[in-house]
Design a binder for this molecule. Structure first.
Ligand code: 26V
Length: 748
């Protein structure tokens, strides 16, 4: 189908008496027809991305944009009396929790845009990340029935189904293919589990709680299910095309393991080669070593996966056996290399009855990478120090990026149009925006106007979604990310309270009216994260209703934060809050989205924040807080109670957790948070994320940004400088690096 045929069919489309869903299905189906002629099978060398999460967001507008028909579709619909915005009702495809899943989506977009053959593999969950609501300030979760909207962007490939064997039952993996549109069309293949009720459970929920044995088994099944389906397919296709000379398998395949969740793929490849094709074990390992690459996304110990050997053996005996043999094989290699006992222990794959997935990945992978410079350094110096000593050449850094197509062109057409005026050609070569003179008054005032427009849209959106009216002229600070203690939303809550008390005490006469926006979902079993949400909602309730402060300070925790909400927030905010404890945020990618849209960062020297201020200037951002080195130096002797005795203002805010200022209805959330800061818990020391340590500097940084905002030109120049120096954080740059340094695949 040609473009004009597509547009003609669209013009002929009957829209009367059709609801949004029907229109959505029909237009999407038409677009799929249009793109199908360009969506061809590919048999050359390619890279494969294995990920248990893909946070694609809303596909409709993005796909029309990528097909180059967005404007025409908008006009054709307008003539029919249909506002293109009606499709905002369509729910996001939220098959992911946060950064790791959204990164996978950005990477696929960039590879297609750069014409790099990159194929995604994952799970087609029936229910995505839960929908969130607040009732009386508490998070309430509901299943995300995203398929109720239909799935017009996928094609079921029943004939390519494959059977996956577990010791107790078989499962059919049915592929659903989604086009990833750019200069070339790649494919995201998501497998759905079918066959029996038990089988179907495997692809029912994203991240089912794994704190019970049953939960753990289900999680193992999920990991093996999609890894085995993908590996089975790649091996079969290879055999069909090239025969069984498997030494050539890595010539055609470079597989990127997105964290450890797909590490079962390593064992499955070795299992197939040795059991089904009689390849010797060490040859199979050699082939695997040339095929796989591993990206680590977190150094938090609780997120480094370990599986109980006996549990795995019960449901996947052959896979468990492969891990065991891999351990012997590695053990011999380490002896030869002269590793000490303690080094071998640190690198061990199977030890004390547990399989350490990250160690398996590091041993087998050709390359191991972190996702920002500081993170890659920590991997080398700490998490995988022993492996780094013996295999230094494996280790690389690939600083994350985000796709400017969704995170700038789609969500901020106004700023994109401005860039068109001052940096022609930037859409294909983003570096060009660096040439924009941010001190030029005409440019600056256009930028100020764009920010005002986007903020107005954001406030309007919040009014519709949350029913909250916010002051028109305000500065917007936003913290949007998964809820986790290390990300320190609680520290922002304390900072807001400090500002609130100071405003009431008349200590901040020149404070520019400000809105603090939060967006976050708390994992359903994460007690403290839920307590923090309730606490912030209580603060919002107090602050927003206080006649003494309500014109100056507002707090909103938006409900059901997701990719589509993020698109509005990053475009309309002035300040991006990136305040994790130094050393703990692997990279962050929200920080990059805000930067691209012309927000300044108030943040710590952590993750990609460090590279952001390297590119955009420390003087154009508000950096505060302890560095990794500082924290290492004080860690052993840090006692937050010393701060609480000396700093009365800190004490005043922290005590709101227990002094009755706020109510958690006897649920114990707030007192438990208080104890986590002052006493610690059996598994951690008091205030192990250094909230009280960094709080005073944080408040100062927020206030400094606030006072500079009063000088619109000064502040906006800083913000614009950030936007025009963000091209390094395009995932096009990241993907070009993966393609050149890891996958060795070229543009085709
Ligand atoms: C997941 C969970 C899930 C349940 C609660 C505890 C917990 C703790 C950590 C994680 C991390 C999962 C991995 C992840 O999403 N990492 C993020 O990856 C992004 C893309 O590389 C990166 O920008 C973020 O800094 C990193 O946190």
């Amino acid at each position: 189908m040609k473009k004009n045929e597509f547009l003609k069919e669209l013009k002929d489309l009957q829209t009367e008496n059709k609801d949004v869903k029907e229109l959505y299905m029909e237009v999407s189906a038409l677009a799929m027809k249009y793109l199908s002629s360009q969506w061809r099978p590919y048999t050359g060398r390619a890279a494969y991305y294995f990920s248990i999460e893909y946070l694609m967001g809303r596909m409709f507008y993005n796909n029309l944009m990528e097909l180059g028909v967005a404007e025409q579709v908008k006009e054709i619909f307008a003539k029919k009396g249909v506002d293109i915005h009606v499709f905002e009702e369509v729910e996001d495809a939220a098959l992911g929790n946060g950064g790791l899943g959204r990164l996978a989506a950005c990477f696929l977009d960039s590879a297609a845009g750069l014409s790099i053959p990159l194929y995604g593999y994952g799970i087609r969950y029936k229910y995505g990340l839960f929908k969130q609501q607040f009732i009386n300030g508490y998070q309430v979760e509901e299943p995300d029935d995203w398929l109720a909207w239909g799935d017009p962007w996928s094609v079921r490939k029943e004939r390519e189904s494959r059977v996956i064997h577990f010791a107790d039952f078989d499962v059919t993996a049915v592929p659903y293919d989604m086009p990833i549109i750019g200069k070339r069309i790649n494919t995201l293949r998501l497998y759905q589990a079918e066959g029996s009720d038990e089988a179907a459970k495997i692809s029912e929920y994203l991240y089912p709680a794994d704190d019970t044995e049953e939960g753990k088994i289900l999680r193992i099944r999920q990991e093996y299910f999609f890894s085995a389906a993908a590996i089975g397919e790649l091996v079969d296709k290879f055999v069909q095309a090239h025969g069984t000379y498997f030494k050539r398998f890595p010539n055609y395949h470079s597989i990127q393991l997105n964290d450890t969740h797909p590490v079962m793929a390593i064992a499955e490849l070795i299992r197939i080669l040795t059991k089904e094709y009689a390849v010797g074990f060490s040859d199979a390992v050699r082939i695997a070593k040339r095929t796989f690459n591993y990206t680590n996304h977190t150094i938090l110990p609780e997120a480094l996966e370990c599986w109980d050997y006996q549990l795995l053996e019960r449901i996947l005996p052959d896979i468990a056996a492969v891990f065991k043999r891999l351990q012997s094989c590695a053990g011999r290699e380490w002896k030869k290399l002269g590793c000490t006992e303690s080094e071998s222990e640190k690198m061990a794959i199977v030890q004390d009855g547990r399989i350490r997935m990250a160690n398996a990945a590091v041993y087998v992978a050709s390359t191991v990478n972190g996702v920002a410079e500081i993170h890659s350094d920590i991997l080398k110096k700490e998490v995988f120090a022993a492996a780094y000593r013996y295999y230094p050449d494996k280790f690389q850094n690939k600083t994350n990026g985000v796709t400017q197509r969704r995170w700038l062109m789609l969500c901020n057409s106004e700023l994109s149009a401005m860039f068109d005026r001052y940096a022609a050609g930037w859409r294909s070569d983003m570096k060009k925006i660096e040439m924009i003179d941010t001190s030029d008054q005409v440019v600056l005032h256009e930028f100020i106007a764009v920010k005002e427009t986007k903020k107005k849209e954001l406030l309007q959106y919040i009014r519709e979604r949350e029913g909250i009216e916010l002051p028109k002229d305000c500065m917007v600070y936003s913290q949007i990310k998964r809820l986790h203690e290390y990300k320190r939303q609680l520290m922002t809550a304390f900072a807001i309270l400090r500002i609130y008390f100071d405003l009431k005490d008349g200590k901040l006469p020149d404070f520019y009216p400000s809105v603090f926006l939060f967006g976050a979902k708390a994992a359903s079993c994460y007690y403290r994260a839920k307590g923090i949400i309730k606490y912030i909602n209580e603060i919002a309730n107090l602050v927003n209703h206080d006649p003494q402060t309500r014109d100056k300070l507002r707090v909103v925790f938006v409900q059901n934060y997701n990719v589509s909400y993020a698109e509005k927030i990053v475009a309309g905010s002035n300040v991006s809050l990136q305040v994790s404890t130094a050393g703990l945020e692997a990279s962050g990618t929200g920080n990059m989205k805000f930067m691209m849209n012309g927000a300044v960062t108030v943040g710590t020297m952590d993750g990609a924040n460090i590279e952001i201020v390297e590119k955009a200037g420390r003087e154009n951002n508000y950096i505060f807080g302890a560095t990794v080195e500082e924290l290492t130096a004080i860690r052993d002797r840090y006692d937050p109670n010393v701060i609480l005795t000396k700093d009365l203002e800190a004490r005043r805010v922290v005590e709101t957790l227990t002094d009755g200022t706020f109510q958690d209805d006897g649920n114990g959330y707030f007192s438990e948070l208080y104890r986590s800061l002052t006493e610690g818990a059996p598994w951690h020391k008091a205030d192990n994320y250094f909230v009280l340590y960094d709080l005073p500097e944080y408040v100062n940084a927020l206030l400094k940004a606030n006072s500079e905002y009063g000088n619109k030109e000064l502040f906006s120049q800083k913000a614009l400088y950030n936007a025009t120096h963000s091209s390094y954080f395009s995932s096009d740059r990241t993907i070009a690096e993966y393609a050149a340094d890891i996958w060795k695949v070229n543009e085709i």
